[in-house]
Ligand binder design. Sequence first.
Ligand code: G4P
Length: 273
Amino acid sequence: MTKAQRMIEENLKLVDAVCEILDARIPNASRNPDIDRLAAGKPRLIILNRIDLADPNITAQWRRYFEAQGIKILETDAKSGKGVNQFNQAVREVLKEKIEAYAAKGQANRPLKIMILGIPNVGKSTFINKVAKRKAAIAGDKPGVTRGKQWISIDQGLDLLDTPGILWPKFDSQEVGEMLAITNAIKADVLDKETLAANFMLRLCRLYPDAVKARYKFEPNLEMNGFELLEEAAKKRGFLISRGEYDIERMANTLLGEYHDGKLGRISLEKPE
Ligand code: G4P
């Protein structure tokens, strides 16, 4: 068992519920499947974060998918704070029986302890800071940065256990690895950036041709490969290196950067099975 798994197991004894934060654009890839086993028996809540960047129709499908498994879902945009003020209510619904049991023991005001889990860069610190209405956790866009665990008490009778860096992303397929790199959960330089962007462009052209057309001003032709599609975009942007040769590297960085900034619109990369 890894150190991280042990840390989760040891701390599970201290909490009433587990709250997993996922990236709403890739709920499957941003989930560590080991959590189902590690947190078995604990009341669970899943937060679909970054809804501002995700396709609302697909986020609704994911909500139904998880709710069908009996998991409470909250949709948030932690950056703006949208949905965050429903967290307390959601926790209380998930822990209804526990709260009643505490009340029966005369401990009605006992704080509810929640472990916050999520892969790096999914928005844990941003979310916690918004719930706490202060800067309690350090946020930053640096995949792989590990910090120690900390308890954060918030006014609404909740104690949050922030476990930064202990939930590792897990991927056994290149496709999942690519989605994690595109969304900054893992470093993009673990994969060749141009290949990453080319595969991403092909995926975008299949899933959201209108968004590609609107942003990059070309008609996606699905007979082309990802590099050819990237080159089409580079041509339209005027990213010329020399006569007839276009700067694919610059276009790759542009595409990934613009997706990160939400400039292509609200785009989800995974649908429930
Ligand atoms: P972590 O603790 O899980 O590692 O993640 P953290 O809160 O540090 O957030 C990582 C980045 O994601 C931060 O960006 C944060 O602003 C952004 N973020 C978090 N939640 C949301 C959300 O719901 N929507 C959007 N659009 N972004 C979110 P950053 O490093 O400060 O830079 P930038 O990406 O804002 O430019």
